[in-house]
Design a protein around this ligand. Structure first.
Ligand SMILES: [Zn+2]
Length: 170
């Protein structure tokens, strides 16, 4: 998985700040469009450089203790989930993502570019879900697609669950 560690992200952000000045996230830098096959997605309007903040994701905070299972929640911190409002809610998963999430403030997540992103590119991050008892089949189309929208270390478990389910439904 291509993820930026903290130090590298900091370095890249410093480079971006120095060479391109700081371009803070601006609403018009991204837009929600139809993806054709996967409902709606969030697309870049301008170029983003590695380490750059692409957008802020805000929404409803849900205590993890009270979680009843929406498929859209994101991990905010140890105790809280963030149920993103738009446009964050429209961000799709990819097994080969171009963004990753960082905690930006106490109440929000930041979407950070982990590679060069050209305008008109769909913005994606790795949902890295745990294996579920329903089949979140992945349609990201990446060469290294895991087949399901689950974390890399959950693929084996997901495969087994899918097999068991098939047996049951027979
Ligand atoms: Zn995939």
């Amino acid at each position: 998985m291509t993820t930026l560690d903290k130090q590298r992200r900091k370095k890249l952000q410093a480079l971006v700040d120095k060479d391109y000045y700081y371009r803070s996230y601006f609403d018009d830098d991204i837009e929600v469009q139809s993806t054709g096959k996967c409902g709606h997605g969030v697309f870049a309007v301008r170029q983003f450089l590695p380490g750059e903040l692409v957008m802020e994701v805000t929404g409803q905070l849900i205590p993890k203790k009270a979680y009843v299972g929406s498929e859209y929640v994101m991990d905010l911190d140890e105790d809280w989930y963030l149920e993103p409002s738009t446009p964050g809610a429209f961000m799709n998963h990819s097994c080969s993502p171009n963004c990753e999430l960082v905690q930006l403030t106490e109440f929000s997540l930041g979407v950070v570019a982990i590679c060069n992103i050209e305008p008109e590119t769909q913005l994606t991050f790795d949902y890295a879900w745990e294996a579920f008892d329903w089949n979140p089949k992945c349609q990201c189309g990446a060469r290294n697609c895991r087949g399901w929208v689950v974390a890399e270390d959950q693929v084996k478990k997901m495969k087994q669950m899918a097999k068991d389910q098939k047996k049951k439904s027979r």
